[in-house]
Ligand binder design. Structure first.
Ligand code: 13P
Ligand code: SF4
Length: 390
């Protein structure tokens, strides 16, 4: 059985939720602005300054880069990956004192939770967030959980997608749940179904639905929970009772741009095309595609494909363009002819990387991502569960 809220004493339950709510209030703290002169430095000088810091600090600094980072930034990364791989790097590279995380806030938070006390995780631009992660607020999740457990009285396993705040990961840790990424979502569903009757999946309804279908759960056993609706997320009690999966109404603004019409157009233009998409795309797009998986899966599949193959890709444009440039023996293009960058990933600019790295030379840790220890205590539980399921 799942460790539901009932497994915690009422006192402990309230204490955890007070901690989570406090962490939400602290989450908006202001960071100092970047000194203006950094923004005026030419690209070559930024390169030289970053190289100089690396020469001085050597292996004390590790730069991690997510596949969606622009070329001008990803070139600084010692290690690249999807969000799962980056979390495993953070969890295993104990020798690096400073981890410069070129990605978005939820990834850096997870890295901070998984690293040791002596390590500092730095997000060069603290405003690099994720609009999907912002769609699930801890207050609303707590409210949803209370209504759900009152209504169905069954064991529910909460799963949070990696793209969520540390408070949501802590919520899962404290309630018998787990974190998943797009690379282990199906295995995580299996883990959850062995432990409870229902899954509450947040914040991405599309990954949750696509994974449910992969796992053989019919559409009529998945309901969408709309946090704007005051009662049962806008669902009838009977539908919630019947559901195997309750999907939070969140989505990615980049991946919901892809459509079946685009898939059909690509197939008309290139009858031999392979269509590969990220599972944050809507269900109809994933079903119309030939392959779907995490950014690492997309990269590996295309890199290992035979020369001469044609690929239409439904994911972020910086990654698609880089794969096209690195695989000149294949034809690779974006499914959406109107390019779709992730605007928050794009907030990491070389000027920010140079700024936070030069500050390290003066022992100043700028833009450190530091998760409240009480939140980290529970978040590490769900993240470590995630790392064991793949
Ligand atoms: P991956 O885990 O596949 O890298 O996805 C992260 C992400 O934010 C996709 O939008
Ligand atoms: Fe968030 Fe979408 Fe950007 Fe991924 S691509 S970081 S889900 S906004």
């Amino acid at each position: 059985m799942a460790a539901t809220a009932d497994a915690l004493s009422p006192r402990e339950y309230r204490r955890i939720h007070r901690t989570l709510l406090r962490s939400r209030r602290n989450a908006g703290r202001e960071n100092e602005p970047i000194p203006k002169h950094y923004l005026q430095l030419p690209a070559e000088e930024l390169d030289e300054r970053i190289a100089a810091v690396r020469r001085k600090l050597g292996e004390r600094v590790l730069v991690l880069g997510h596949h969606y980072q622009r070329d001008e930034v990803i070139k600084y990364a010692d290690l690249r990956g999807d969000s799962y791989k980056l979390a495993t790097f953070a969890a295993t590279r104990r020798d690096s004192e400073y981890i410069i995380f070129c990605g978005v806030h939820f990834m850096a938070e997870s890295a901070d939770i998984l690293t040791d006390e002596h390590q500092s995780v730095i997000l060069p631009n603290p405003t690099a967030g994720c609009s999907m992660a912002d769609m699930a607020d801890i207050d609303d999740i707590v409210e949803c959980w209370e209504q759900l457990t009152d209504a169905v009285g069954e064991s529910i396993v909460p799963i949070t997608y990696m793209n969520s705040t540390a408070a949501l990961k802590a919520f899962c840790g404290a309630h018998g749940g787990i974190v998943c990424t797009s690379s282990n979502a199906a295995a995580v569903y299996e883990w959850a179904m062995e432990r409870g009757e229902k899954i509450l999946f947040f914040p991405d309804q599309h990954l949750g639905r696509n994974t449910g279908l992969k796992f053989g759960i019919p559409l009529d056993e998945m309901v969408v929970w709309d946090p704007a609706e005051p009662v049962l997320g806008g669902n009838a009690a009977a539908d919630v009772r019947n559901a195997k999966v309750i999907l939070w109404k969140g989505w990615c603004s980049v991946h919901t741009r892809f459509t079946v019409t685009q898939v059909e157009f690509a197939r008309r233009q290139h009858p031999d095309v392979n269509v590969i998409v990220h599972p944050e795309c809507p269900m109809e797009v994933v079903q119309a595609a030939d392959y779907n998986g995490s950014t690492e899966f997309i990269l590996k599949t295309i890199t290992e494909a035979p020369a001469g193959t044609i690929w239409s890709v439904g994911t972020e444009i910086n990654m698609v363009n880089r794969m096209a440039a690195e695989n000149l023996d294949k034809k690779i293009f974006c499914l959406d002819p109107i390019v779709c960058p992730c605007s928050t990933m794009y907030r990491i600019h070389p000027a920010y990387v140079a700024w936070v790295m030069e500050d390290l030379l003066e022992d100043k840790v700028t833009n450190q991502v530091s998760v409240d220890p009480d939140v980290a205590h529970w978040a590490v539980v769900s993240l470590e569960r995630m790392l064991t399921v793949h």
